[in-house]
Design a binder for this molecule. Structure first.
Ligand code: DQA
Length: 144
């Protein structure tokens, strides 16, 4: 079984962004933690990050037949990325959404989440741990 770990705009700069919101870890360090969890569950992961909505969509369309689920942090596209939302919905795959920060308790624009209704679970505010918890949820959904 293979899962796609998808990260949107600016997440390549983790560790240099606002640490009070996003924690200290680099994206590569977070991915390494996910690789360890996946190895324990005998699951393969494919990682992709882009600052461009269209590239994220191309990757989803390229892999949709080859994967069983998607763990996604859409970055700011969370709040307005309708074509990313459609691409995720069109896969009909289980999607789990993660955020390092608590988007429910920040600026008003971050409270809008266009993935609502597409993501089966949403984990927010645990900094890098959001990803590990999110991957656990995705594995749980796939076991059901
Ligand atoms: C984020 C929250 C978004 O509002 C923001 O634009 C990000 C990161 C998070 O992980 O907390 O880039 O998705």
């Amino acid at each position: 079984m293979k899962l796609l770990i998808l990260n949107g705009p600016n997440l390549n700069l983790l560790s240099t962004r606002d640490k009070t919101q996003y924690g200290e870890k680099t994206l590569e360090e977070i991915n390494e933690g996910l690789r360890e969890i996946a190895a324990r569950h005998n699951v393969a992961l494919e990682f992709y990050q882009s600052n461009h909505e269209g590239d994220l969509i191309d990757k989803i369309q390229e892999l949709r037949e080859k994967i069983s689920g998607i763990l996604v942090n859409p970055g700011a596209l969370t709040h307005y990325g309708y074509s990313l939302r459609d691409a995720l919905e069109d896969t009909a795959l289980p999607v789990v959404e993660v955020h390092l920060s608590n988007i429910e308790e920040r600026e008003e624009f971050r409270k809008i989440d266009v993935l609502t209704g597409v993501a089966k679970e949403r984990i927010v505010g645990l900094k890098e741990k959001s990803y590990a918890v999110g991957l656990g949820k995705l594995l749980e959904i796939l076991r059901q």
